[in-house]
Design a protein around this ligand. Structure first.
Ligand SMILES: [Zn+2]
Length: 311
């Protein structure tokens, strides 16, 4: 794909395609393991062939993942490959998009440059931006507002095709997803989900966050993002999880600005070997160590301080 860069060190993803964090539990021995390995390598045709020959969805298991792979595969087969930068490529179904390819490129580049400038990030990890087919996303589809996925060799940002109708919304979504690309790479893949979303929400530069009914602890908050967000209660729960992450992101931004958030992400990976051993022995999490290093506050204090007064 011509995305490789000499000086760029890809965070190590050891069989991450099979991590329950990403796709839920996959029973060893089921074809899904091989399907997800192909997906991890972005071999979408191969993944779809295996899905077809194994039987669609294997009794309903992993239907959301199936839908996601299907949408990416359809984009791959129908889209034009654009870009031509060594670190940035696009897939766009030109006849479906309300924006011309050049316009998409302007908005993608604008979002990447904006996030890089604000958070002090000059690294350009190899990234593929895929505009998904318009008809591939329904209410029940997971991550239907767009998503970032760290593939084995590069980062992939997928945005729903309808976003091309609205340049402002497109840019906001792209800034959010590029916030994830940055958080993943700067922390070498160690960023917890709540901080991922905190950074992405601040990067998107959305309006003020809304009051959440219940202030969750770090592990509860991470779990809340994994709720089924198709309908009703689950959808509300996930929405509030984003609001709380945004609130925490705004709190940290208030302390040391967006540059400080960038420094925080770098602090995940600047430890000596000895420090890493000590952290393992005392069971300290990477984010707690990084927060103390940059803000002088541990995870628990940050959650306490960021909590609005009414809680
Ligand atoms: Zn996000």
């Amino acid at each position: 794909m011509g995305l490789a860069r000499d000086h760029y060190q890809r965070p190590l993803l050891t069989d991450s395609a099979l991590s329950p964090e990403r796709f839920g539990y996959v029973h060893p021995g089921l074809p899904w393991q091989d399907i997800l390995r192909a997906y991890d390598l972005d071999q979408l045709d191969l993944a779809m062939q295996m899905i077809d020959s194994a039987g669609v969805g294997l009794g309903g298991n992993q239907l959301g993942t199936l839908r996601m792979i299907g949408a990416e595969a359809e984009a791959r087969s129908r889209a034009q490959q654009l870009g031509g930068h060594d670190w940035l490529s696009y897939e766009l179904i030109v006849e479906e998009a309300a924006m011309a390819p050049e316009e998409v490129e302007v908005h993608v580049r604008g979002a990447v440059d904006d996030v890089g400038r604000r958070f002090g990030y000059s690294q350009r990890p190899p990234t593929l931006v895929t505009i998904l087919p318009r008809d591939s996303f329904d209410q029940w589809t997971p991550s239907r507002y767009g998503y970032h996925i760290a593939k084995r060799e590069f980062d992939k940002v997928c945005l729903p095709g309808r976003l091309t109708d609205d340049p402002a919304e497109f840019s906001e979504a792209m800034r959010h997803e590029y916030g994830h690309v940055m958080a993943f790479n700067r922390t070498l893949g160690r960023c917890p989900r709540w901080l991922h979303e905190a950074v992405a929400m601040v990067a998107a530069n959305e309006g003020p966050s809304r009051m959440v009914p219940e202030w969750l602890g770090p592990h509860e908050l991470d779990r809340a993002f994994r709720a089924d967000d198709s309908y009703g209660e689950g959808e509300t729960r996930v929405w509030f999880a984003y609001q709380q992450a945004h609130e925490i992101g705004r709190y940290l931004k208030g302390l040391k600005g967006e540059m400080g958030l960038g420094t925080l992400l770098d602090a995940f990976s600047d430890n000596s070997a000895l420090k890493n051993v000590i952290m393992a022995v005392i069971n300290q999490e990477s984010e707690d160590e990084a927060l103390r290093q940059v803000y002088g506050l541990g995870t628990r204090q940050v959650f306490e301080n960021a909590r609005p007064a009414s809680h």
